[in-house]
Design a protein around this ligand. Sequence first.
Ligand SMILES: C[S@@+](CC[C@H](N)C(=O)[O-])C[C@H]1O[C@@H](n2cnc3c(N)ncnc32)[C@H](O)[C@@H]1O
Length: 268
Amino acid sequence: MARDLGLELPAYFVPLLEPQASSRKPQAVGHRATLRAMRQELLSKQSSAIRGMFGRIAHRYDLLNRVLSLGRDVSWRKTVAQRVAAARPERVLDVCTGTGDLALAMHGTTVIGADFCLPMLREAQSKSSAGKRSLPLCAADALRLPIADASVDIVTVAFGVRNFTDLGVGLAELARVLRPGGEVLVLEFSRPCGPMAPVLGWWMRNVPPRVGRLVSGDPEAYTYLPASVSTFAEGREMGRALETAGFSDVAIMGLTGGVASLYQGRRS
Ligand SMILES: C[S@@+](CC[C@H](N)C(=O)[O-])C[C@H]1O[C@@H](n2cnc3c(N)ncnc32)[C@H](O)[C@@H]1O
């Protein structure tokens, strides 16, 4: 199965594909190390492995989002869209737009959707045509956007930055295309906190790989979700990454018990 990704079958992959693995504690420790190794492996293969992975699940992506988040993903994007509307921007760039769910949730402004995965962009195009919404789309790598300096008022990214092969380079690129004073809004999964954390954490680790395998036929893609979330910068660490990239007034808002977080910053 890993071979479908164009990757050589790495040793760490085996336990992930054998859910019957033995005792609880060693499994938990091994699981986290495995997830970290898996994310590193995918990122080290550069963007083509990630692009290929999203290409294979594009046709089931929206359905799986709804099921796996129990519909919460819609309200998370709505929160982003409301914040964007409050800023009354003229031009918005939605990076890692995927099937366009966030771009299409924004109204009353010009939104351009950019993504480096053509099957995802095709889904976005079908949805914008079906809904009679104009959504200009652009095939582009977020780390090298074909967009002029300081040319947009707001950049949004939903569930995209954790896939960047270099977070610092990606965030700096978002800052480059924003006008001074413009805003970035980053919606991303994070590690749950509070009383519901054990349940939410269990869900994120266990449900996406199993349901993802059944619905999309691609177990790797939905094993990658907990892998990428469990090892990715979040909270203050993510806030510092935004500041380093040139953003100030960074605010962080936890959503649904910390399953997702919204980061907002202003281009200095
Ligand atoms: C988890 S999906 C999120 C899609 C959408 N924003 C949403 O809210 O559902 C991540 C998307 O980011 C895209 N992506 C990942 N890394 C990228 C990069 N470096 N440049 C452009 N797109 C990228 C993938 O192709 C995929 O469509």
